[in-house]
Write a protein that binds this ligand. Structure first.
Ligand SMILES: Nc1ncnc2c1ncn2[C@@H]1O[C@H](COP(=O)(O)OP(=O)(O)O)[C@@H](O)[C@H]1O
Ligand SMILES: [Mg+2]
Length: 372
């Protein structure tokens, strides 16, 4: 089955006052100079798909300046069904940070974030997002969590439960309260479940990402991706036992620091190029290639797990590749729907049937079918 984004509407979203557009079933190219509103379009798709943006630290940033609310609507076609996703952001007063309330609906019915997942799936690659490679470990954990949540909402709920458990346990550590054992048990069991799931998917993700990286650099370099879990053990049951013991061992240090030191909130991914730590030694180009390989690998995992191609969002990455790699990338996603931003329409190997839009000052103009 295919899943297609058939309509997108942005209202008072960043510099878009009101934008309506119809993406092509295959490739849609958004061409425009910098700061015209291209990335905002992809951001809006991600907000509709996952409730969150890849670049906004606070939801309120996405509301057009001077306005009180913003809205994103997406129509998604699946077989003979069409679903409407609607996300509204509303500015909230109070506090030092800009805040916004978020209201999400699917077919008019209010949903929580966990229920939003799966109606529209997407994978986004952007230079801004190279932090997934170069940034702190939580960026890589977030990547895994978002991938797994898009595959199974049950994972998202388990991760949320884990965060609540962690918050409670940390509070107890700080006030040196009683009854920490009950929380240890929860950290161990919930933590092991999350670790096992992450482990399964990293194994698949890394194989794919390593192969894609080799393609992108024509075999000149070798990427290796490995999971660095906090909890050790082959099977989930062994992880639970390991976690119980590790929590006991670190009890006094935890009490001193007031934080839990064992569990999947301490996981990371190891990224090596030719055996060297990519974070510390990689060039900007290698960081971007690794980011792209990871995101394209995610797309494959989502396809294999769900049987549906996620919408591929490529923000400013296509023209960083030479012509042969642009063609390789476009050929590899021929079955997928892709929304691609570029600063110049000189794209190699743009498939027939692609739609090309021009983006200028928050307005999207003039679709034309690409003829070639
Ligand atoms: N909340 C906002 N309200 C109004 N304008 C915004 C808001 N956030 C960002 N902008 C502006 O929107 C423009 C578009 O940003 P962006 O989508 O990143 O452009 P592009 O990807 O084309 O470079 C920028 O000029 C930016 O200053
Ligand atoms: Mg941009």
């Amino acid at each position: 089955m295919t899943m297609r984004l058939t309509h997108l509407r942005l209202v008072q979203f960043r510099n878009h006052r009101h934008t309506d557009l119809t993406p092509a079933p295959g490739v849609t190219l958004f061409v425009g100079e910098n700061a015209q509103g291209k990335s905002s379009l992809l951001e809006a798709v991600q907000v509709a798909a996952t409730g969150r943006s890849f670049r906004a630290r606070h939801d309120a940033e996405m509301i057009a300046l001077g306005e009180e609310w913003a809205r994103v609507r997406a129509a998604v076609e699946r077989g003979d069904r069409v679903e409407e996703i609607d996300v509204a952001l509303r500015r909230e007063e109070g506090g030092a940070l800009p805040r916004a309330g978020r209201e999400m609906r699917v077919n008019g019915v209010p949903v929580r974030r966990g229920e939003l997942f799966g109606h529209l799936r997407c994978v986004l690659a952007a230079p801004d997002d190279a932090e997934v490679v170069t940034g702190p470990p939580h960026r890589r954990r977030r990547m895994l969590d978002l991938l797994l949540a898009q595959i199974s909402p049950a994972y998202y709920y388990a991760a949320q439960r884990y965060v609540r458990v962690l918050t409670q346990r940390n509070r107890l550590l700080r006030v040196r309260g009683r009854g920490i054992e009950a929380w240890d048990e929860q950290v161990a069991t919930l933590g092991a479940a999350l670790t096992a799931r992450r482990g399964d998917y990293v194994a698949r993700l890394s194989t794919l990402a390593e192969a894609i990286y080799a393609e992108l650099c024509r075999g000149r370099e070798v990427l290796r991706v490995a999971y660095l879990p906090s909890l050790r053990g082959e099977k989930e049951t062994a992880m639970v036992t390991w976690a119980r013991e590790a929590l006991l061992r670190s009890r006094s240090e935890e009490a001193a620091r007031g934080v839990t030191l064992v569990g999947p909130h301490r996981d990371d991914l190891l990224l090596l190029v030719d055996g060297r730590d990519l974070r510390a030694y990689g060039s900007r180009g290698q960081h971007l290639t690794a980011m792209l390989a990871l995101r394209l690998a995610e797309r494959r995992v989502l396809l294999e797990e769900t049987g549906e191609e996620p919408v591929l969002l490529l923000d400013d990455v296509l023209l960083t590749l030479d012509e042969a790699r642009q063609a390789y990338l476009l050929a590899g996603v021929r079955q997928a729907q892709a929304l691609i931003t570029v600063t110049s329409a000189a794209v190699a190997g743009l498939p027939a049937g692609a739609a090309v839009y021009r983006v200028r000052a928050g307005q999207v103009e003039g679709e034309r079918a690409h003829l070639s």
